[in-house]
Design a protein around this ligand. Structure first.
Ligand code: GLA
Length: 727
């Protein structure tokens, strides 16, 4: 049993294979958090301590006992207004103007299988793989009920949390803040690993001590954003890749979020993951229920590697869905960096023809094929094929591509509209715009109010008409600006940011259902919406608009802490690179792009014969290693931002095969030799370098490492394929 309840002491215990999570309903009905960490047996309520603490209030129920205060006790779901002055997980604004909600235990249920969430993405699992715990809490005065949901995936070492708030009171309330997970730690000194960035430089790792005060990250941009990823790790001070305790939290949501880490007056730590409280004032009328998006939790007592692998597995198996969850992904050639807006149908066919010769599977026609769209100032919203530009209908173009034995994919950006478009001229009231104010432009485009069903339906009809034009096997769903003008003509304000995201999910769900065989790749100016919420609908996401192989080392390194390679769109592009101007060899570009869903993004027609041959070789190589990339265990072997080389290793589940990839990021005169130590191999096994035939003991590779060549070359890259042999 993954979930147990001890009725005498009212203790709930959630067990996964390597972790324990425990909480307790105390004598006053408060739900206190007891423990989360490595597996323990027995009750952890002895950890609770009670002292008279000055300026920490005492609930009326405790009478004259000044040692009981919610300001000090570890809580499962801390709420504003009951004497806890730390950051709250929930703030309810009542009809009488007060901000208070005193939640006490009412009942609970343990169920087989994993709960699902209405209209929101969530971890999914078979009935045998998971159990659910629901704990019902209530505020006796306002009649607000809060249902805490816990999903326990025992084998996967994953615990999920979500929260449903129902207003059973007569008056409308406003939810001012709602988190889905709180972790309170009575002891410990932690570091916080977060992933910050910007457009074309996403998910840089930052590691900082959690100090007194609040450390807050989040997004107010309407999407999860390039600036901070909704995924963090709380780690013990000395935690490394393969030793030490660490907790991971990912928010399964693609809009505004907020994460807080707080070290309080008694050196206790609180971590909260939930919805961004700014721009959010959700009105809830009598009988209505609000669902807080899910947070996925995991704990590893053996360092970041194990933690990452648990999240990789969870996202691959329990977040991703549909045909491509388990299927090979096509190797594609995207037209964006090949031609930008400057193409015709003939260009697409030429790219397809050349790509076919090199073994590539699919050509993707990126932005520029519709309406009046020869630059990024017009046309969005007019999803009508520009047949003049293509020189034929879309159906004819797809047929021509298919005749070359190539698959066809297309780019769309359904949430957007250009002011210079027929759609905007016909429906200016469909955009997000505050009455009486001019909207803020970004990339010269505005945002359609996707919280409105009528708007979504219209766009859905238009997009389907395009997708029905022929055999379209892939769609790249883009979103190229942040939201500013948070206002809907159709709804109460305060709910728009949330309803917008649910609108996007609704559209994606319908799209996925209507085209179950289509591969949908997410994108938001590269990785501006690279989150587990989107991964529920889009099996892969364009990782960054930065295709420079060396910058990608950092971006893909940060990305790897939570997200599996199956989700990471990575392409080889031209040099000098269009974002950085850097020159990197084709070989190195290939090695870096192979750490993801592989493809190309360059004008293949301009390549020399030698380059074409090399690409054909890369494509063959990727096909050989594709299963390892998709299903192998991923190990970070260096930190490319600190070390002189970037190295990562993929090991097959049965440890029979491994692929080491290395890129040198520094070059100096008379270089010292670097040794890269492998991980995750079978210690007693003998591995053979497939290319050289050289043999090594598994333990030797892990303890002694492999010496990296010293070459007078900038950004040299190496790939070593290893296979287990019998001696
Ligand atoms: C975004 C995407 C790019 C490309 C352009 C097209 O920036 O991230 O890959 O599709 O839009 O406008």
């Amino acid at each position: 049993m993954a979930i147990t309840y001890q009725s005498k002491k009212r203790i709930f215990t959630l067990h996964t294979e390597h972790t324990t999570y425990q909480m307790k309903v105390d004598d006053f009905g408060f739900l206190l958090h007891l423990y989360y960490g490595a597996t323990v047996r027995g009750d952890m309520d002895y950890l609770l301590t009670y002292y008279d603490r000055g300026f920490s209030g005492n609930p009326a129920d405790v009478g004259g006992d000044r040692t009981y205060s919610l300001d000090v006790l570890p809580q499962e779901y801390p709420v504003m207004g009951v004497g806890d002055y730390r950051s709250s997980a929930l703030i309810i604004h009542n009809a009488d103007g007060s901000d208070c909600c005193d939640l006490r235990y009412v009942s609970h249920e343990i169920k087989e299988g994993k709960y699902g969430l209405p209209s929101l993405p969530a971890v999914h699992a078979s009935i045998q793989e998971a159990q659910t715990l629901e704990i019902l809490l209530e505020d006796a005065v306002s009649k607000v009920q809060v249902r805490l949901l816990y999903g326990v995936l025992e084998k996967a070492d994953i615990i999920t949390r979500s929260v449903q708030i129902t207003n059973h009171g007569k008056e409308e309330i406003i939810i001012e803040k709602a988190a889905s997970a709180c972790l309170d730690f009575v002891s410990g000194d932690y570091d916080l690993l977060s992933f910050y960035g910007r457009h074309t430089m996403e998910r840089n790792l930052q590691r900082k001590p959690v100090a007194h005060g609040n450390f807050v990250i989040g997004s107010r941009r309407g999407t999860s954003s390039h600036q901070y990823n909704p995924a963090v790790i709380l780690a013990e001070k000395d935690t490394t890749e393969d030793a030490g305790g660490c907790y991971g939290m990912i928010f399964v949501y693609s809009g505004n979020f907020q994460f807080e880490a707080e070290k309080e007056q008694f050196d206790q730590t609180r971590a909260l993951m939930g919805l961004q409280e700014e721009l959010f004032h959700y009105p809830l009328a009598n009988g209505e229920t609000f669902t807080v998006p899910e947070t996925i939790l995991s704990y590893s007592d053996s360092g970041f590697s194990t933690l990452s692998m648990r999240f990789h597995h969870c996202i691959r198996e329990h977040v991703s869905r549909g045909k491509y969850k388990d299927a090979k992904r096509p190797i594609l050639l995207n037209s964006w960096e090949a031609a930008y807006f400057d193409f015709t149908g003939e260009t697409i066919c030429e790219l397809a023809r050349d790509a076919k010769e090199l073994g590539i599977d699919m050509v993707v026609m990126d932005d520029g094929w519709f309406g009046k769209r020869d630059d990024d100032n017009s046309g969005l919203g007019d999803w009508l094929v520009n047949e003049k530009k293509l020189g034929c209908t879309l159906g004819e173009l797809i047929d021509k591509v298919n005749e070359l034995d190539m698959k066809f994919g297309i780019w769309i950006e359904p949430e957007m509209v250009s002011e210079d478009s027929d759609l905007y001229r016909a429906h200016p009231d469909w955009v997000m715009q505050i009455p009486g104010r001019k909207p803020i432009r970004a990339r010269n485009q505005l945002i359609l109010d996707f919280s409105r069903e009528d708007v979504r339906e219209f766009i859905f009809g238009q997009i389907c008409a395009v997708l029905d034009a022929g055999k379209i096997e892939y769609v790249k769903w883009d979103m190229n600006r942040s939201i500013v003008d948070v206002y809907s003509q159709a709804h109460a304000q305060g709910r728009v940011t949330y309803d917008y995201v649910l609108g996007v999910y609704d559209f994606l769900e319908k799209l996925g259902k209507r085209y179950p065989h289509m591969l949908i790749e997410g994108c938001s100016g590269g990785g501006g919406r690279f989150d587990a919420g989107m991964m529920y609908y889009t099996t892969q996401i364009w990782c960054s608009d930065n295709t420079d192989a060396i910058d990608r080392l950092s971006i893909q390194y940060g990305t790897s802490f939570f997200y599996p390679l199956t989700t990471v769109g990575a392409h080889v592009s031209a040099v000098p690179n269009h974002q950085t101007g850097r020159n990197v060899s084709l070989h190195t570009r290939g090695v870096v792009a192979m750490a993801g869903t592989f493809g190309y993004e360059l004008d293949i027609r301009k390549l020399t014969e030698a380059e074409k041959e090399e690409i054909a070789k890369q494509v063959r190589r990727y096909r050989e290693e594709e299963e390892l990339v998709r299903l192998g265990s991923y190990y970070r072997l260096s930190n490319p931002d600190q070390d002189s080389y970037a190295a990562w290793l993929l090991v097959s589940q049965d440890k029979e095969k491994a692929l080491l990839s290395v890129v040198m990021v520094e070059t100096h005169g008379n270089m010292a030799v670097r040794y890269v130590k492998l991980r995750g191999l079978s210690a007693d096994a003998v591995y053979e370098d497939v290319e050289t035939g050289k043999r090594y003991n598994g333990m030797a590779l892990m303890k002694g490492g492999l010496p990296l060549p010293v070459e007078q070359k900038e950004y040299a890259a190496y790939q070593v394929a290893l296979k287990r042999v019998c001696e």
